[in-house]
Design a protein around this ligand. Structure first.
Ligand SMILES: Cc1cc2nc3c(=O)[nH]c(=O)nc-3n(C[C@H](O)[C@H](O)[C@H](O)COP(=O)(O)OP(=O)(O)OC[C@H]3O[C@@H](n4cnc5c(N)ncnc54)[C@H](O)[C@@H]3O)c2cc1C
Ligand SMILES: NC(=O)c1ccc[n+]([C@@H]2O[C@H](COP(=O)([O-])OP(=O)(O)OC[C@H]3O[C@@H](n4cnc5c(N)ncnc54)[C@H](O)[C@@H]3O)[C@@H](O)[C@H]2O)c1
Length: 515
């Protein structure tokens, strides 16, 4: 059966790349299979979490029957409207940043920098289409997963409906993700605005862009679009951007964004949006002062709301909240013990790698933990994350305040990149490695790295925390010279030096005399 609902799925512009994308992740002529009598696992949502659960369970070759339901595009946010398109355009925008700094490095770019915005976006679409085969309906089908395109909805305690098909399940997984929150600003909807689902469809550069929200999405895209030639104004409610991050890290980025020409409106209250001849006018107030700015496009990046609608969750006893999503315990089990959840639908960690890690927990707990034996816990994960601005802000483990709130005595070591040879040679002195450890112990509690490629460096600390490798051991790890990751070794060496008490110094002096 070819369903006309599927044929309407388009991703603008429907050029050769987006046609390839759609042909992989929502093929227009897809025929949903005849359901099996009963599935071991029915997964609703084929973003990262759903794909990993389905591929992981089917890939074990145990003959498990697995169904995967997707209403829009397989691959979810990460492939289609998130990580992949954003990082592709960030790559282009980084070239502009390099060119801005080229003179300092002795390279004169005589001509004015010309950004070919439509080529930047076409490159992004080409890359996305190229990766889409991996998440395709065809590939998952070949892995032995029954792929159903359409809206999944619980019909009873052991069935899910999709279109005219009813799928009977032993266990089910909700992996329906989240979407952009619509800020409650009068006139915004009427004036029209972009979200992460539409901004990557642009083919022409908006000359003036307003970004609402200075979280990871807002900061990454504000900087990228500014570097690609837009005039950008970033509206943020808080007193500084990235308010969940380490304050020193956020401050560095904030200064960079201002230096790069982004207009930052902090502590703001957006009051109204009106369409005028010149564009979309946003009225706002800061500390009681009213002002306005007129732009061509508005990006809403003011947080996420979970996709809990149209699932009939109440009928199966799955509790949820409109803001935080599906309620799960530490084993990712919902309030219906046969139904699990993973990813943005139920977690504070809204990252692809977090959805992936949660999906692995679900496979184990739902399928291989009889009577609850040997279950894995979400709280046992050591979760890093990175905001891909320039510089990148990478974090793992606890922030200082979190550790203090737990009653831990915290000591912090901070190594600025201005003291790291490779960073100096690279002209990338801005930033630092900050490591929190237990006072009087080398146990690492958390770390923040602010560096051009901080995201590539954080895994060393993640590995250390996971494997309980302390700063003493890290200081004996040989880091190639000159690398920026030497900052981590310098931090570890700094810790080692704190062990040099008056007595150990005396002992060393004594040993020198004997040697
Ligand atoms: C602009 C942007 C940039 C990002 N960058 C990064 C990054 O660099 N690194 C990182 O780690 N994370 C990043 N993220 C976050 C990351 O994309 C998400 O954390 C991740 O996609 C979550 O995966 P998920 O499977 O939980 O949900 P999703 O990817 O949202 O997938 C859920 C799927 O379920 C489907 N669905 C919903 N309801 C139903 C239903 N009733 N029936 C059938 N299907 C349904 C949806 O259509 C969707 O395809 C970014 C996000 C955005 C928006
Ligand atoms: N690199 C990455 O890993 C990456 C990149 C992008 C997104 N993400 C994930 O996506 C999630 C969502 O990101 P996000 O940036 O949309 O949300 P967010 O909730 O992290 O940040 C949104 C910010 O917008 C502000 N805000 C809300 N309404 C506002 C208004 N009316 N006016 C001004 N400011 C307003 C909020 O105070 C908040 O600080 C993140 O938490 C992250 O987990 C990850």
């Amino acid at each position: 059966m070819s369903n006309s609902e599927f044929e309407r799925v388009t991703v603008r512009p429907m050029d050769e790349y987006n046609q390839t994308l759609v042909s992989h992740v929502h093929p227009p002529n897809w025929v949903n299979p005849q359901p099996a009598d009963e599935y071991d696992l029915v997964v609703i949502g084929a973003g990262t979490a759903g794909l990993v659960v389905a591929a992981g369970a089917a890939g074990l070759d145990l003959g498990l029957k697995v169904a995967l339901i997707e209403k829009h595009l397989m691959g979810g946010d990460c492939l289609n409207f998130g990580c992949v398109p954003s990082k592709s355009i960030i790559r282009s925008s980084r070239v502009v940043g390099e060119m801005w700094g080229a003179k300092e490095l002795g390279i004169n770019i005589s001509k004015h920098i010309e950004v070919d915005f439509s080529t930047v976006m076409a490159r992004m679409r080409r890359i996305r289409a190229g990766m889409s085969d991996h998440d395709s309906a065809e590939r998952f089908s070949s892995l032995g997963v029954d792929v159903f395109l359409g809206n999944g909805r619980f019909a009873s305690n052991n069935t899910v409906e999709v279109g005219d098909k009813t799928l009977k399940f032993k266990k089910a997984v909700i992996a329906t993700g989240a979407r952009a929150m619509q800020p409650a600003i009068p006139g915004l909807e009427k004036a029209g605005y972009l979200t992460n689902e539409t901004i990557f469809s642009l083919i022409q550069r908006p000359e003036r862009l307003a970004v609402i929200g200075g979280g990871p999405i807002g900061c990454e895209l504000a900087q990228a679009f500014r570097r690609l030639g837009c005039e950008v104004v970033l509206f943020h409610r808080g007193s500084h951007i990235l308010n969940k991050e380490d304050a020193d890290a956020a401050e560095i980025l904030q200064k960079v964004l201002l230096d790069e020409g982004i207009r930052l409106v902090l502590n703001c209250q957006l009051e109204e949006v009106v369409t005028v001849t010149e564009g979309k006018r946003l009225y706002f107030s800061v500390n009681g002062h009213r002002d306005s700015v007129t732009v061509d496009e508005i990006l809403a990046s003011a947080g996420r709301v979970p996709n809990v609608e149209n699932l009939n969750l109440a009928a199966v006893g799955v509790e949820y909240d409109q803001q935080s999503g599906v309620k799960v315990n530490d084993y990712l089990q919902t309030t219906n013990p046969k139904i699990y959840a993973a990813g943005d639908i139920c977690m504070n960690w809204k990252f692809t790698h977090a959805a992936d890690a949660a999906a692995r927990i679900v496979i184990k707990n739902a399928l291989f933990s009889p009577f609850g034996l040997g279950r894995s816990r979400l709280s046992s994960l050591v979760m890093p994350w990175v905001t891909y601005t320039v510089p990148e802000i990478a974090h793992v483990g606890m922030y200082e305040q979190e550790a203090q709130a737990l009653g831990l005595d915290v000591a912090t070591i901070k190594i600025p990149f201005s003291s790291v040879d490779r960073a100096i040679a690279d002209g990338e002195e801005l930033g630092f490695v900050k490591i929190h450890h237990k006072k009087g112990s080398d146990q690492i509690l958390g770390a923040t790295i602010v560096a051009s490629h901080g995201g590539e460096m954080i895994s060393e600390i993640t590995t250390a925390i996971m494997n309980k490798i302390g700063l003493s051991k890290l200081s004996s790890v040989i880091h190639p010279y000159p690398t920026q990751a030497e900052a981590i070794k310098k931090a570890a060496d700094t810790y080692r030096r704190t062990l040099l008490t008056a007595n150990t110094k005396k002992l060393l002096g004594f040993l020198t005399k004997l040697s």
